[in-house]
Design a protein around this ligand. Structure first.
Ligand code: FAD
Length: 415
């Protein structure tokens, strides 16, 4: 059976043109296995939201044409589905059936496989990265054979945040829980002094907390609290900051039409945990992104070090977002064996100005063991910060002895 092909074009931010000359679009598992087995060099393409060349190869394959095949197992509280599904599409079905996912990223537009492969995360000091919700994957390996990997397998912790290096993930199983309601409150008026003095108290004040800033001035920006309706109520006064009465966009001067409902109005997890609604352009659309993930014990020092670079950063920035995530055991996760804080930058789309800043920020964050987000722009990876990297390389060599899934990005940063 044949599979349709065409040119892949560009990533979401349209600043990386995929070098691949073929994009395969199989509609059955057998077609996918054939495509992988017969390609000399190939990688899976998710929803294209990464900002670098992580997904690129001579040939690419998308799972967009595969049936979703969503199977909810109420007894084990898991859902399995075709890995190319977007969180937004999966979430609609889960919510309809009375289930929820513990956490989401800022947008529901991204594919689960692509998000999980790069260690994508939301916020919440007791919430792990999205990869931590994975309880099973099925891979099409280099030969086209299937390999199922579960938490009982010793390689599981290496196979989830895979950077696409181990094969094409065709099915994913995620942990789920009964659906829950969330309210979202956005606070203004927090000062830098209060944030730095009371950082731990502020970021643990709700189920999920995001701090937005442009690093300039004495006032931080906004603080977004997502509170479960079955948990603690959000405060009226958050260290001097108060809830906004109008809906806001995380980026300054953008209309709030694309953002999820705020002002404390309760709604389902799928409609509150992301900042942006499916069906609208998330964020700005004309942008670049970078993020460094730092052990939580260094949070205040790391934020202070970046703030010292504020005058150089602010002119090129739309906004920074600070989020927390709980430790996990996934070998290439930014939160590997440490609670962590993500220091994120949504940049104006000016690579000539932004790219030279990245080594400067990395140098400032070097004392704090910062790991870059695999799917965003960064300068270099410090391999010594990934103690299980040699095990990951050995696993990749075992599953892909010919290097079919290796690309320039992996040669540069991993192998
Ligand atoms: C507007 C915007 C907001 C964002 N917000 C957040 C956020 O809140 N938190 C955060 O952490 N990140 C965020 N990101 C980054 C984004 O989550 C990551 O870049 C993520 O990897 C994107 O998923 P994707 O499906 O688009 O992957 P792609 O960019 O298409 O691919 C990423 C990697 O996944 C691999 N991959 C994809 N599918 C498969 C598969 N089936 N099998 C094996 N490997 C596969 C690819 O080969 C590649 O290596 C944001 C990005 C944008 C554009």
């Amino acid at each position: 059976m044949s599979t349709s092909t065409n040119l892949p074009g560009s990533n979401w931010s349209q600043h990386h043109d995929y070098r691949a000359t073929t994009l395969h679009r199989p509609t059955t598992l057998e077609q996918l296995q054939d495509v992988v087995a017969n390609a000399p060099k190939i990688r899976a393409l998710g929803s294209r939201h990464s900002f670098n060349d992580i997904a690129d190869s001579a040939e690419l394959v998308t799972l967009e044409g595969m049936p979703p095949a969503i199977v909810i197992d109420a007894e084990s509280e898991t859902v399995s589905f075709s890995a190319g599904l977007r969180y937004g599409d999966l979430g609609i079905v889960l919510q309809r059936e009375g289930w929820g996912l513990r956490n989401l990223a800022s947008l529901p537009h991204i594919s689960v496989a692509g998000a999980v492969a790069t260690g994508t995360h939301g916020s919440g000091d007791r919430n792990g990265t999205l990869s931590r919700a994975v309880s099973g994957i099925v891979l099409v390996t280099a030969s086209g054979a299937l390999r199922s990997i579960t938490p009982a397998d010793p390689e599981f912790d290496g196979a989830v945040v895979s950077l696409g290096a181990l094969g094409v993930v065709t099915r994913i199983t995620l942990d789920i829980e009964p659906t829950f309601q969330v309210r979202q409150d956005v606070y203004t008026g927090l000062t830098w002094t209060k944030l730095l003095d009371s950082y731990e108290k502020i970021v643990s004040r709700a189920y999920s907390v995001s701090v937005f800033t442009d690093w300039a001035g004495e006032s931080v920006g906004t603080v977004w609290l997502k509170s479960r309706m079955d948990g603690a109520k959000p405060p009226q006064d958050l260290f001097g900051a108060t809830p906004a009465h109008t809906a806001l966009h995380p980026l300054p001067d953008m209309p709030a039409t694309s953002t999820t409902e705020q002002r404390g109005i309760p709604g389902a997890w799928i409609d509150r945990l992301p900042h942006f609604k499916l069906g609208f352009t998330p964020s700005n659309g004309d942008e670049l992104q970078t993020e460094y993930i730092v052990p939580r014990r260094h949070a205040v020092d790391a934020i202070t070090a970046v703030r010292a670079l504020g005058e150089r950063i602010t002119p090129h920035l739309y906004v920074t977002e600070l989020r927390t995530m709980a430790a996990d055991s996934l070998w290439l996760s930014g939160a590997y064996e440490t609670d962590a804080v993500g220091i994120h930058f949504t940049w104006k789309k000016d690579p000539a100005a932004v790219l030279p800043l990245l080594p400067v920020i990395e140098e400032a964050l070097a004392p704090f063991d910062a790991r870059p987000h695999w799917g965003k722009l960064f300068h270099s990876v410090r391999k010594e910060l990934y103690p299980r990297l040699p095990d990951f390389v050995a696993l990749a060599e075992e599953l892909d002895p010919e290097g079919k899934f290796r690309n320039e990005y992996l040669e540069r940063h991993v192998f």
